[in-house]
Ligand binder design. Structure first.
Ligand SMILES: NC(=O)C1=CN([C@@H]2O[C@H](COP(=O)(O)OP(=O)(O)OC[C@H]3O[C@@H](n4cnc5c(N)ncnc54)[C@H](OP(=O)(O)O)[C@@H]3O)[C@@H](O)[C@H]2O)C=CC1
Ligand SMILES: O=CC(=O)O
Length: 360
């Protein structure tokens, strides 16, 4: 039995059986056919609302068909929250983290530890990775004791880290060459959405593996998009984060400008929240920025990595992005000042120091 997180009620946990490479639902309409009833077609792919999925399951007698062993590589801010959610929803989870001590909190919740990425893949039919950047994502796959040593026929690898399309393609090609299946599935949403299972999942690659992962994505997120070929998930994530990182800069400048021109910055936040550009990021981060509180939900060094990768995508496609380039400079400056491990909203400190522009 597991607790349905949305409805706050206990639902029955039943089984998934193996068929060929993947898992299929037993004794019920197939996952694929159920998805057809909830899928909406979007210009560049399709999406599944997990709320609709949950509603349908509950409506069909409340049976949540989940019993899957998953591996989880990378227990940073996001990975820890995501692996915890899987455990809470009845998944058996085998974890690995470069800094081994971070596994202990998950062990206390019922996880087992794999000694290496290869050992995790050897044990689990599906392994999820949530790692800092392209170099970490590649290292965990290609280095000694890495994923490739054990990946093979019937095994799925899901990289949810934010990386560029080239990194993702490289991993995909090698996993497939060894007979495994691969999807990239970066997420939009930070620490709190990860804790609450409210991420937005931007998947691409092997559609069969994606379909098999939907029950797990249902636990991790509120909605998932399947965007087609490998690289599309990575690119979508970078475009989203390029916009988010850019927006953090005018917010910072606006707070400075309000303050320097004798206005209350808090009143500015109140006004913004009532108007056409109200958004959860301003609402959540603004008051903390005014307090100088930058406890990391999304580390600034990762935001700058995303700006860098998005600007490279702009270069490849000859898209001029002067606003994003300026925002990237402010994040780079913040990193050079040692603010990389703070929340990305700490770019406000750079903007303040520069008297508003961030280009000191
Ligand atoms: N935080 C957020 O709000 C969001 C983050 N993301 C993306 O998710 C990913 C993870 O982010 P987050 O959890 O915040 O990051 P953290 O910095 O908290 O965690 C990074 C993880 O990567 C591991 N790692 C780093 N380098 C290596 C390496 N060379 N080899 C093996 N493991 C390595 C770290 O291990 P160790 O513990 O040993 O350092 C840690 O487990 C990033 O790509 C980020 O851009 C996406 C959406 C939101
Ligand atoms: O990648 C960060 C996020 O908040 O999304």
């Amino acid at each position: 039995m597991i607790r349905d997180k949305k409805r706050g009620k206990i639902v029955k946990k039943s089984r998934i059986g193996r068929r060929g490479r993947g898992f299929v639902l037993r004794g019920r309409r197939s996952l694929a056919s159920r998805l057809n009833t909830t899928e909406q077609v979007y210009p560049s792919g399709c999406c599944v609302s997990h709320t609709e999925e949950r509603r349908e399951r509950a409506g069909a007698g409340g049976a949540e068909e989940v019993e899957m062993e998953v591996g989880f590589l990378g227990l940073g801010i996001m990975g820890k929250a995501m692996a915890t959610n899987l455990l809470r929803h009845g998944y058996r989870v085998t974890v690995w983290n470069r800094t081994t001590a971070k596994c202990q909190e998950l062990v206390a919740l019922g996880a087992t530890v794999g000694e290496t990425p290869a050992a995790v893949v050897a044990k689990c039919r599906y392994t999820i990775a949530m790692l800092s950047d392209p170099s970490a994502a590649l290292s965990v796959v290609f280095d000694k004791d890495g994923v490739l040593e054990q990946i093979g026929d019937g095994i799925g690898y899901i990289d949810m880290s934010t990386v560029d399309a080239a990194t993702s393609s490289k991993i995909s090609e090698e996993v497939k060459r060894k007979g495994g299946a691969f999807i990239e599935a970066p997420v939009s949403g930070s620490k709190k959405p990860a804790e609450d299972g409210q991420l937005v999942i931007l998947a691409a690659g092997d559609k069969t593996l994606y379909d098999e992962m939907v029950p797990a994505f249902d636990v991790l997120g509120k909605k998932s998009f399947f965007l087609g070929e490998i690289g599309n998930g990575a690119k979508m994530k970078l475009v989203v984060n390029m916009i988010m990182g850019s927006m953090m800069n005018p917010l910072s400048e606006g707070l400075c400008l309000a303050d320097k021109s004798g206005l209350s910055a808090q009143t500015l936040l109140d006004v913004l929240d009532l108007g056409a550009i109200a958004n959860p990021m301003f609402k959540l981060k603004g008051p903390a920025m005014l307090q100088g509180s930058y406890s990391p939900a999304f580390p600034l060094k990762h935001q700058q990595k995303d700006m860098r990768l998005a600007l490279a995508l702009g270069d490849e496609n000859a898209v001029s992005m002067p606003v994003s380039a300026a925002a990237n400079e402010a994040f780079k400056k913040a990193r050079s000042l040692g603010l990389g491990d703070l929340d990305f909203s700490a770019v406000y400190e750079v903007v303040k120091d520069a008297g508003g522009s961030g280009q000191a």
